[in-house]
Design a protein around this ligand. Structure first.
Ligand SMILES: [Zn+2]
Length: 139
């Protein structure tokens, strides 16, 4: 029974990896269609199945298919984070423009990425001593 949450997490993880791209929708659609086919096969052999399989098909499988598909499509529709060369407000591609003093030509947001004069200050590194601090003993 552990295969069901693992399968759902794999589908949702792949949808998250490829969100807003066609492989995410393909993965979710193939998984939902596969589970529907399994449910239809189980329905076709309804008379020959034991009671536990009937309960599984009638009670658990359809809500599981709906949950996996709905959450998978929701994850596939989530927006991707902006790339380093894109405007943080409107996602305009700024890669071909000079970075120093750049403002987005679409929305006017100042560019704060790599190469601009407004990028983050580098972290000051403090050297670490090798061994304990040297002290003089006074008598
Ligand atoms: Zn912009």
């Amino acid at each position: 029974m552990l295969i069901f949450p693992i399968f759902a997490c794999v589908v949702w993880g792949l949808a998250m990896h490829w969100r807003r791209q066609w492989p995410a929708f393909l993965v979710v659609t193939v998984s939902v269609v596969g589970m529907v086919l399994i449910a239809m096969l189980m329905r076709a052999w309804w008379d020959k199945m034991p009671d536990a399989a009937r309960i599984f098909t009638g009670v658990i499988l359809w809500p599981y298919v709906l949950l996996t598909g709905a959450v998978g499509y929701y994850i596939a529709l989530l927006p991707r984070p902006p790339q380093p060369h894109e405007c943080t407000k409107c996602r305009y591609d700024l890669s071909a423009l000079p970075a120093a003093g750049l403002q987005c030509p679409e929305c006017g947001t100042p560019y704060r990425g790599r190469g601009s004069s407004k990028d983050a200050e580098p972290v000051a590194l403090i050297p670490i001593r090798h061994g304990p601090p040297k002290t003089r003993r006074t008598l």
